[in-house]
Design a protein around this ligand. Sequence first.
Ligand code: TNX
Length: 511
Amino acid sequence: IVCLAACQTEKKEIIFPKTDLTTVPLIPKPVKTIATHSAFGLDSSTTIYTSTVDPKFEEVGKYLSEKIKGKTGLDLAVNATPDNKVERMIYINQSDSLELESAEAYQLYIKKDSILLNAKTAAGAFRGIQTLRQLIPQQSNDTLTDHPLWLIPTGKILDAPKFAYRGAMLDVARHFFTVDEVKKFMDILAYYKYNTLHLHLTDDQGWRIEIKSWPKLTEIGAATEVGGGKSGFFTQEDYKELVRYAAERHITIVPEVDMPGHTNAASVSYPFLNGNGKPVKPYSGTKVGFSTFDAQKDTVYSFLDDVIGEIAAITPGPYFHIGGDESHVTKKKDYIHFVEKVEKIVLKHGKRSIGWNEIAQADIDASTVVQLWNEPEHATKAAKNGSKILISMAGKTYMDMKYDSISEYGLTWAGLIPVDVAYNWLPETLVEGLPVESILGIEAPLWSETIDDSAGMEYLAFPRAIGYAELGWSTTEHCDWENYRKRLAQQVPYLNEMKINYYPTKLVDWA
Ligand code: TNX
């Protein structure tokens, strides 16, 4: 009885300072935000509950708890049996509401003592908790009550992505990147609601994925890289670990074996594959377009059946990337024959192909996705035949281009790409004659001729990758450079907390 009285006096109403949910610098900007100007005080008594029908929702709850701990030090229980009346709760709910029109859509209702996150799928819930993470302030308020409160502005957010595919590509072939480096990259991508990581696993300079039936690919083909440095490869166990880590972040891994060009490392390992008529030797330069598989040999296709089969077996995602770019020494008829044969092998192993835009010269299946990097006519032709298009135009999305003339890393062949140029365009209007319904999404490639570690990777990818996240997710009217650059400036606490070596462009007044 004594306690009852005490508890009641403790529970006197807190008067929160006025907040505005619409001015929090969220990236990507949500479809709809309505502010109700009060606050949810995140504190140690906050408990996370999740829908338990789908265990993946509970995993999302645990991920949120872990990230809240990292940012605030608060250790929030997930789905604990309440011993008392729960004071404040975050509820992550599976909902079949018709307003949630896509798998990654979510609704966030923030009230004074509860936060409700609705999503149809765990992927939607995962996107929603990224918004919630961005809503938690860096500093707690320590004066409103006897313990610290992290004030989250109240209101509601209704959100869904513009495009189903929002990806980044990392070239681990020109220079190898370790499992930990790739994981850190994924952590950041996940925070900005990316859902795909394309790994460019093979090229002239190196083969980076273990193939058990063809061991020399990594025994020999993984020993080189650009400049002759440290090199390396992913064992299948490493790759599975990356796939698992990605899945935890609702990210799909797309593996690429680039062919019939960009195959010198494979041909060095097994010379019968070579089709350019010259002796093969290890290559650690940066030229392109000199290598090719022999498109006429059956043995090449049985080799590829094994390679694609082994990788497909450890890839839960729907896609297998067959490359197909810059096969300058493959005869055109051989190239077409090759693409059509390989596409069938990929289908046989239960995957859909993605290929660089050159593959549209072949008679490709409508299930095959064309990744547009340089020639829009290829994309519009493929779209007419029912293929979906992934937008990766070099002059806009190539994260390996220098920002400006003083950039530390990067190439320049597609032009300089400062942060505003990278942001100031729309995937849906970039290519004349390409209907928006044909666009699967956007992907920003990071080729690695000039970088070999996280510092270089982060310098080129950030902040540009943050802008691509918004172009792939947010509605057209929300993609506005002046508004975006202010929100980008506010990412500094996160970029610092993650120790990201971003390029501090002068185009942004960094906070
Ligand atoms: C072109 S884009 C390439 C890559 C290079 C890149 C460098 C594409 C499909 N092929 O092989 O790494 O340029 O920017």
